[in-house]
Design a protein around this ligand. Structure first.
Ligand code: IMP
Length: 213
């Protein structure tokens, strides 16, 4: 049975009895992909409500300033689109793509730029729009990269904050939700490029994750 959009999914029995390979075949396939979600952590309604509130605060803070969103692909795709519509100000949106995870679920610790800015941010009021800050390594790299373009100011808006795993600290001026130390997917966040189109944030069943060497 497919998950409902709002409630948690209990799939414990199935996950306990099948082998890891069987599980991957069943739950990463096209038919039962939603069954790989162990728990809905943040519902669609909660996301909507929080993003509207963040938008109102950002609109107040940036009143009268030339605001540029620099959203990080692909994870912040949904978030940046919804947040931009919640900020009642003229703004521009640019996208940058970084790579640190590849198809893994643990950061390699090595970040590089896959797609750079399209427009100049010099003397602009720049807001980094991130899906999740985990170790903080990607954000640190991006921060330094953007600062080298001399924006008027630079701040961070992250939908999710996974503090337990932080290795590099940077101020997150606007944060949506704290999340526990678990691998989360949905609303833009992926595992091996899947699950981005779930409308909620869910915890992926650990059995689905390929063990890290
Ligand atoms: P960091 O460099 O460890 O902070 O990782 C930042 C990036 O890793 C995020 O922008 C995400 O793309 C990805 N990431 C970190 N944790 C998760 C997670 O739980 N689910 C999906 N992607 C994640």
């Amino acid at each position: 049975m497919l998950n409902s959009l709002a409630g948690p999914t209990i799939v414990g029995t199935l996950f306990e009895t099948a082998s890891p390979d069987d599980l991957k075949a069943q739950y990463c396939g096209v038919h039962m992909w939603r069954e790989a979600i162990q728990q809905v952590l943040i519902s669609e309604a909660e996301l909507h409500c929080r993003i509207q509130a963040l938008g109102r605060v950002i609109a107040t803070d940036y009143q009268g300033r030339e605001l540029v969103f620099v959203a990080v692909l692909k994870g912040a795709l949904m978030f940046s689109a919804d947040l931009a519509r919640a900020v009642d100000l003229p703004l521009t949106i640019d996208y940058i793509a970084l790579s640190s995870y590849g198809n893994r679920h643990v950061s390699s610790g090595q970040v590089h730029i896959l797609k750079d800015l399209s427009e100049s941010i010099t003397n602009k009021h720049v807001l980094i729009v991130e899906d999740i800050v985990d170790t903080g390594i990607s954000l640190r790299y991006l921060w330094d990269h953007l600062m080298s373009h001399h924006p008027a100011d630079l701040n961070v808006c992250a939908l999710l904050d996974k503090r337990a795993r932080r290795r590099v600290e940077l101020p997150i001026k606007y944060a949506g939700f704290d999340v526990p130390d678990a691998f989360v997917v949905g609303y833009g966040l992926d595992y091996q490029q899947r699950y981005r189109n779930l409308p909620f944030i869910g915890i992926l069943h650990p059995e689905v994750l390929t063990p890290e060497p």
